[in-house]
Design a protein around this ligand. Sequence first.
Ligand SMILES: C[S@@+](CC[C@H](N)C(=O)[O-])C[C@H]1O[C@@H](n2cnc3c(N)ncnc32)[C@H](O)[C@@H]1O
Length: 221
Amino acid sequence: MSAAVRAGEPVERPAPSARTRAAFEAAKGFMPLDEGLALYAAAAEAALLGLPLLEIGTYCGRSTLLLADAARAAGVTVVTVDHHRGSEEQQPGWEYHDPELVDPRVGRMDTLPAFRRTLHAAGLEEHVVALVGRSPQIAALWGTPLGLVFVDGGHTEEHATADYEGWTPHLAPGGLLAIHDVFPDPADGGQAPHHIHERALASGAFTPLPATGSLRLLRRR
Ligand SMILES: C[S@@+](CC[C@H](N)C(=O)[O-])C[C@H]1O[C@@H](n2cnc3c(N)ncnc32)[C@H](O)[C@@H]1O
């Protein structure tokens, strides 16, 4: 405990700037504010390792904004991975489809332009490298240790498992693994993120940290 903090007093959690928070709330996306603030605090802590922060699942940049704000404060870079064609549940006819995100010339979803506008409006472009492609293909080329791996890509068993297996080996000791949309009760949501969370716990390689909503955090031993 720092000398400035007295026993029993609440410890202040790092928080994004007012501009980033407003941009987060205005951006298209699925992450609620309480989970976003917890993700920011985790990213701020992980960024102190001085290593890049990695996100799988950029979508329109809602969560990327928070990682970028934390990266800016620590002088590190966010790498965010997405093929920008949307997950299964975001395709036409499915629950999370947004027709505004379809490129009419191609007839497929394209979230890259919205993502670029989101980052630009928040003044955070220079802190983010966006990789457009399939997560396992990029993971297979990757060779740099990471301070944070945030898994919020495809939510099928195939995709979540590939993200876990492809990216967690690059997490540095002391680095944080964050997994979004973890629902232990199948009535609340798909089970793939829950399964990789269980797998991380069973591996013995991680110490669990407090959860917020469906966001789970673990520290690499
Ligand atoms: C739930 S959204 C991400 C939401 C975002 N993190 C936010 O907070 O707004 C999931 C994203 O993962 C992407 N995705 C799904 N499977 C992928 C894969 N195998 N490789 C790369 N991106 C993928 C989709 O295109 C989609 O944009």
